[in-house]
Design a protein around this ligand. Structure first.
Ligand SMILES: [Mn+2]
Length: 190
């Protein structure tokens, strides 16, 4: 699996309140798991950056936790910060399964020859208000997983698919990136 990411702050701002993480690890019996997180700290600037960095540090230190446990503990770890919205994907290799938990408005899409769909997120803001955590499982044999923050307006990933992931990400950010918000996109091709 190939993964790339683009992330930039809103125009005129140095601190980036968005962040992403890609971590892989062996989960026994020759199985590999790839964890992909996209987070958007509330607002922008320094406070948002602190919140999203706190989130990523926590995930990195607890990457072996089951997704649901991870999100539950992450919520508690973020109390006192601005809070973040998150999209968290866990891809199991060589299985073709993708587990997903989304809290708040991170957009995640899967596209391949047969299918195009958006992954389901629940309402909430980690660190502030978390009502229900629901983990969704998807079949992800092959294709593109595209995850982005709301600094990138609505688009259909299908219209942009390319094996040149950098070109694909750049084009999406160029055409849909908003100047008034931090913008982040992660694309994985399996
Ligand atoms: Mn945002």
């Amino acid at each position: 699996m190939e993964v790339i990411a683009l992330s930039r702050p809103k125009s005129g701002e140095e601190a980036n309140g968005d962040a992403y993480l890609v971590e892989s690890y062996e989960s026994g019996a020759g199985e590999e798991k790839v964890l992909i997180a996209v987070v958007d700290g509330l607002g922008h600037g320094k406070g948002a950056e602190v919140a999203s960095r706190t989130a990523l540090d926590f995930i990195r230190a607890h990457k072996y936790l089951p997704l649901k446990e991870m999100v539950k503990s992450l919520h508690i770890a973020l109390i006192g910060t601005r809070g973040v919205v998150i999209g968290l994907s866990e891809v199991s290799i060589p299985d073709d399964e993708l587990s997903y938990i989304g809290i708040g408005n991170i957009t995640s899409q899967i596209v391949n020859d047969k299918e195009r769909y958006h992954l389901t997120s629940m309402n909430g803001v980690l660190g502030w208000n978390l009502r229900r955590i629901k983990e969704f499982k998807y079949d992800f044999q092959s294709g593109w997983l595209v995850m982005n923050t709301d600094g990138i307006g609505r688009f259909h990933a299908y219209d942009y698919i390319s094996t040149d992931l950098h070109a694909m990400a750049s084009k999406i950010v160029q055409e849909h990136g908003r100047d008034d918000d931090d913008a982040t996109i992660v694309i994985a091709l399996k």
